[in-house]
Design a protein around this ligand. Structure first.
Ligand code: 4AD
Ligand code: MG
Length: 430
């Protein structure tokens, strides 16, 4: 029976064949232990000299790392294996012998590993991170589908900028100028007026010259947008969504979290509701904590966010930032027009901002005023104004950065390990 490692538990006591690669091996005169992987999991194959023909034992003993095989054997429960099973090997068919695989079980430098990203992805650590990423995506679709959202795909080539013009990737669109999308939000607002509750999940691009552990040039964003939902209601949706994602990973990725040595007690507390602190109070808190440099009206940097997060054992919303440091579309606080109805969600443990969101301006005249202030004009923005002209309603939305969320939940230091092929400053390959 041909199967995969993931299916092995259903074949205890039976003989199966698995297509696999050799991740690592140990052998003595009488026995060889093969660490096998097939993408669905990892299992140890035990080859006993006494149990197989002599040429099979020699093949097992001499097999090089990353050689590909069809391997046949009997599945047995094994309490010492984290996976719970091993294979008592009876036959090995070599598909290809690999020679001099560059990534050995010893330590390698980050640049070396990044240059070999196409191979590095095979390691058990990278495998665990990508499986957690996959679970976050799966849980995202489940959450929004269960709550009657419609998945809408905004365009990637656009003529407009949602988050300001400094970070846009420019390209030609035949004779016109075009940009790679830095956020699908403006289109998601149009979609919310057509479908009520919508979400998108797609790549976004920012030509940011930032070389930090939180910044990618190309990253994936989940952007829900909801008609008839105000700022406070949006925060409740955000904390429900993030809690659901974290609890889903805890439930379905035990093995992966263990592979990464993640301290899961820090994730178990991540349940709605999350604390909220206003920008005003956050500035005061930072001053208390000895950040004498920060003044009201300035944006927070990574050290500020980390310091604020340290005061809470859950993700924390920083709400109502000064209008001047936020995007043109955010609705002013009706009681105080110098701040806007927005929030950034800051993850614990120094992982920084994972969500940016706000209630949007729904008043046509105010939006026209913002257009003038920000110099927005032309066909690229005309349609967005019309959303305020035909049945405008209160609406809110937010964007969750997938890679920062993976980094936080998986407990991975740098976002470069949270996306299969990271696009970073100075790195377009592999
Ligand atoms: O805060 P941002 O810029 O918000 C928006 O783009 C809104 N239009 C979203 C919306 O309301 N629909 O980005 C949202 C999130 C951030 O909180 C962060 O998690 C992530 O996207 N992000 C990045 N992740 C990796 N690398 C970068 N360069 C990122 N820039 C933003
Ligand atoms: Mg932001």
């Amino acid at each position: 029976m041909k199967t995969t490692i993931s299916q092995v538990p259903t074949y205890e006591g039976q003989e199966v064949t698995i297509g696999a690669w050799l991740a690592n091996k140990r052998s003595s005169g009488k026995i060889a232990f093969l660490q096998l992987r097939d993408g669905t999991g990892f299992i140890q194959g035990v080859v006993a000299k006494s149990g197989v023909p002599d040429d099979t034992f020699q093949l097992a003993k001499n097999l090089n790392q990353e050689s590909s095989v069809y391997i046949t054997g009997t599945i047995a429960a094994d309490s010492r294996s984290p996976f719970g099973y091993e294979m008592q090997v009876t036959a090995i068919e070599l598909i290809q012998e690999a020679h001099d695989y560059p990534i050995t079980p010893k330590e390698h430098g980050t640049e070396f590993l990044m240059d070999h990203r196409h191979l590095w992805l095979r390691s058990s650590r990278q495998h665990a991170v990508m499986k957690i990423r996959n679970e976050i995506i799966r849980a995202t679709y489940q959450f929004f589908n269960d709550n009657d959202y419609v998945k809408i795909d905004p365009p990637i080539l656009t003529g407009s900028s949602a988050e300001g013009t400094t970070e846009l990737f420019h390209t030609k669109y035949f004779d016109e100028d075009a940009y790679l999308s830095q956020s699908g939000q403006l289109y998601m607002e149009a979609a919310a007026m057509a479908f009520g509750k919508v979400f998108s999940f797609g790549p976004t691009f920012r030509a940011e010259k930032s070389k930090t552990r939180r910044h990618l040039i190309e990253f994936w964003m989940i952007e829900p947008e909801m008609a008839f939902i105000d700022h406070d209601e949006s925060l409740e949706i955000q904390e429900q969504y993030v809690s659901f994602v974290v609890q889903s990973v805890l439930k379905n990725c035990q093995l992966e979290l263990q592979t990464l040595n993640r301290d899961t007690s820090k994730l178990e507390t991540v349940k709605a509701p999350f604390p909220r602190i206003s920008y005003d109070d956050a500035v005061a808190l930072l001053k208390e904590k000895g950040f004498d440099d920060i003044e009201w009206g300035e944006d927070f940097g990574a050290p500020h966010e980390t310091a604020i997060a340290e005061s809470f054992n859950k993700p924390v919303f920083i709400t109502n930032y000064p209008a001047d440091i936020k995007a043109f579309y955010m609705k002013p606080d009706p009681e105080r027009s110098d701040v806007v109805l927005c929030a950034d969600l800051i993850a614990p443990e120094g992982y920084g901002e994972v969500i940016g969101g706000s209630q949007r301006i729904d008043d046509l005249e105010l939006m026209k005023q913002r257009y003038d202030e920000h110099g927005l004009s032309g066909p690229a923005y005309k349609w967005y104004l019309e959303l305020r002209q035909y049945g405008s309603v209160p609406h809110s939305g937010f964007g969750l950065g997938l890679e920062r969320t993976v980094a936080w939940i998986a407990g991975v230091e740098h976002v470069r390990e949270t996306i299969p092929f990271p696009r970073l400053l100075n790195r377009l390959y592999p």
